[in-house]
Ligand binder design. Structure first.
Ligand code: MN
Length: 433
């Protein structure tokens, strides 16, 4: 059967420390489970008596953030920093003073970085601003894990957004679409980016989200069936041609991504060929090209729909071969071919690079930057250099716009607010936003 992660919003369950230890062990064989348990006991005590606005004990929040971080394979230091990320801000100073002493200076540094980012947000009750962005980038260039923890923090806040009043819901959702999702995208963290966008979409643009949902309801079911039919055949065809297939799975396009794409196709869902796509994972780059050839010999490709992101990766490092083939009478299916390594990077992005550097044990951004093919980290280092050289917000913003968010249009208002629009947006969209 095709396993498809449908873009249905996940309901958030209660987690226990045992859940966190389990995923930490599974995804990070070297994780220091005793230390993680101690950090949990510490944060549980520090937040005791506090409640989330959704009604559950506050400690559920750091537990969820740490769970996401462990799932990204980021290692003991980041998992502990995630557990403690709100201790400095939200509990008595007695606890914040102990963080560095008990858990080391690296954890202390990460917690401080995440706390600083939260303070920026609280000072400004408006939308994202140049200062917000600048602070985020400064934090990011010092240690990329700060922003990864912040993204995991934002993810859980969005999952529990129903506990807030409508004004705050709207502000957090809008800021996510304006700033945090594009950052996740630029860091190549496709999975987190997609979750952030779909969760925020429902709150920021409820009418549009409902419209998209009703639009795809039937189309998804039909495409999933088509995808399932072809999964077996593609697998068999490749195996018959002596290409090892590591995995074949379907993926459903996310709602917000579809919302951005539809206007370019006259809002006609039948023109969207990647609503459900088939993903083929093979061992090597050579296998990718051979698989493409085998598939094209059996199913005719659509002209102009073959994209080689292996030879020409997207700005965020994304690599895959994409092709749209004619399945039967007038029906199309997009097939994406990639190696296991490309798949990891497409889902986890810079987190995958970090975990790789971390696993070398000498660890840290310096080593990561030294890895020749590690363009994600090299790019962060470059960011660190230029952010020291620019003086004015306007200059910072210009560089940001040209170097960082190549596929987004950022508009700066006279009041210094930032609006983020998809490529192709018009001045009318800006005025409306
Ligand atoms: Mn938090």
């Amino acid at each position: 059967m095709v396993s498809i992660a449908t873009p249905v919003l996940s309901t958030v369950s209660l987690l226990s420390i045992e859940d966190l230890l389990k995923i930490s062990k599974e995804y990070n064989p070297g994780a220091d489970l005793d230390m993680i348990r101690r950090a949990y006991v510490f944060t549980e005590e520090a937040h005791r008596g506090q409640m989330r606005e959704t009604g559950e004990p506050y400690v559920q929040h750091p537990l969820h953030v740490a769970y996401t971080i462990a799932g990204l394979r980021l290692g003991t230091t980041a998992i502990i920093a995630a557990l403690l990320h709100d201790v400095r801000e939200d509990t008595s100073s007695k606890y914040s003073a102990q963080i560095g002493l008990r858990f080391g200076s690296k954890v202390g540094f990460l917690v401080e970085g995440v706390t600083k980012l939260s303070k920026v947000r609280k000072l400004r009750e408006n939308r994202g601003s140049v200062d917000d962005l600048r602070n985020i980038f400064i934090a990011m260039t010092r240690d990329i894990r700060v922003i990864i923890i912040k993204l995991a923090d934002r993810l859980h806040n969005l999952q529990t957004l129903s506990g807030l009043d409508s004004a705050r819901r709207l502000r957090i959702a809008q800021q996510t679409l304006d700033i945090y999702a594009p950052i996740a995208d630029r860091l190549g963290m496709g999975d987190i980016k997609g979750q952030l966008e779909d969760l925020a979409f429902v709150h920021a643009l409820p009418d549009k989200a409902n419209w998209i949902r009703s639009l795809v309801k039937d189309a998804y079911a039909e495409r999933v069936t088509r995808c399932a039919q072809l999964q077996q055949e593609v697998s068999q065809e490749l195996t018959d041609n002596k290409i090892q297939v590591l995995d074949v799975h379907g993926r459903a396009k996310r709602l917000y991504s579809l919302y951005l794409k539809l206007p370019r196709y006259n809002n006609d869902i039948n023109q969207i060929f990647d609503l459900v796509a088939l993903r083929v994972v093979v061992p090597t780059l050579d296998d990718c090209y051979q698989a493409l050839g085998v598939i094209h010999r059996r199913w005719r490709p659509l002209v102009g729909k073959i994209k080689d992101y292996c030879a020409t990766p997207k700005a965020n490092g994304y690599q895959s071969l994409h092709t749209t083939v004619i399945v039967d009478e007038g029906r199309f299916l997009e097939i994406q071919i990639r190696t296991a390594d490309m798949h990891e990077r497409a889902e986890r992005g810079v987190a995958a690079s970090w975990a790789y550097a971390d696993s070398k044990r000498t660890g840290g951004p310096a080593l990561a930057a030294a890895l020749a093919d590690d363009h994600d980290i090299a790019w962060v280092q470059q960011l660190a250099r230029w952010q020291q050289d620019v003086d004015t917000p306007e200059e910072f913003f210009q560089t940001l716009r040209s170097d960082f968010f190549k596929n987004r249009i950022f508009c700066l208002t006279p009041r210094g607010e930032v609006f983020n629009l998809p490529e192709g947006a018009s001045p009318v969209d800006f005025a409306y936003a």
